[in-house]
Design a protein. Structure first.
Length: 314
């Protein structure tokens, strides 16, 4: 029978005990882990052994699979990383990598280690290796773009960005055929270099055009000089989005045509040069039916036309 001794606050070195539960009398009581350097780690500890590494300044535990390859060893007791603010609301990171590190589920033993984030530049110490497993990833976030995930903070249906232009330029469009032909673009009405923030968002193009009623009038959006989302092709023109008809061919009247379409999203960062084109004709005869933009034939009525582009989160 083993002899054990407890004297004051000391327990004999030979004492070994198995406890079903352990509780402390006071709320300010302390439970202190055994402490030592890496060189002082026990040589053959049992799985689940817990200690404080005074060299690395963290608690560590001996586990059966420390490297994802089935090899036992010591691993840091994760505390969620450094943070500031109440309830660790703001996570922080340093800039220097000082130990061999692998990003990925195999080496770290879990799918939660597949992707990583790092804010700012990372300096890797000499003789230190950073490994990214196949299928895993590490995102480096620029410090000059502190709200890098702003585009991910929008709820579905929210507007990610919007661009607008309007024109008061009076223009006469004559002798044209299909939309996009020379002379069909509406002057002063364009949005150039629009770039979607996301590849899965919805792009919406909306226009309001003031124009004369010159028999059959057609309008359409052009993206990078190509008609998009053709909705109302007719025998007079192709690639149109909106077509209106005035059987009396009354160029001395003025109307407003509004429409919107949703063309294919070209992908995040892809440049979109967006314009509006228009033409008027009857039986494919354009010369006899001029189209007046922002005015009527008499030139005594002024109006405006506008174009708006939205990117909507999905």
């Amino acid at each position: 029978m083993a002899i054990t001794r407890i004297s004051d606050n000391q327990i004999a070195d030979s004492t070994s005990a198995v406890l079903t539960s352990l509780s402390f009398l006071n709320t300010d009581s302390e439970f202190r882990l055994p402490s030592g350097t890496t060189a002082q780690q026990p040589s053959s500890p049992s799985t689940g052994t817990l200690r404080f590494n005074s060299e690395n300044d963290n608690a560590e535990i001996y586990v059966a699979d420390s490297d994802g390859q089935g090899n036992p060893g010591w691993t840091e007791v994760a505390g969620g990383g450094p943070s500031v603010g109440n309830d660790a609301v703001i996570r922080t990171n340093g800039s220097a990598l000082t130990e061999n590190t692998t990003v990925g589920p195999v080496a770290n033993g879990g799918e939660e280690f597949t992707y990583g984030l790092h804010m700012g530049d990372m300096t890797i110490d000499p003789n230190i290796t950073l490994t990214i497993e196949s299928g895993a990833g590490l995102q480096m976030i620029k410090i000059d773009e502190p709200i890098v995930y702003e585009s991910r903070l929008f709820a579905r249906g929210s507007i990610l960005q919007m661009a607008y232009d309007q024109s008061t330029v009076e223009q006469t469009i004559t002798n044209t055929n299909n939309l996009g032909d020379n002379g069909t673009y509406i002057n002063g009405l364009q949005i150039l270099g629009f770039r979607p923030k996301r590849s899965n968002s919805i792009i919406v193009l909306e226009a309001s055009i003031s124009h004369s009623n010159s028999h059959v009038v057609s309008f359409g959006f052009m993206v990078n000089n190509v008609p998009v989302a053709s909705l109302s092709a007719n025998t007079n023109t192709s690639g149109s989005n909106a077509t209106v008809y005035d059987g009396g061919n009354n160029p001395n009247s003025i109307s407003v045509t509004n429409w919107k379409i949703s063309p294919t999203n070209p992908g995040a960062g892809a440049s979109m040069d967006i314009r509006v084109a228009g033409t008027a004709s009857w039986s494919n005869n354009q010369t006899a039916y001029p189209l007046y933009i922002n005015n009527r034939q008499n030139g005594d009525t002024r109006s405006i036309s506008s174009i708006t582009v939205y990117e909507i989160a999905q």
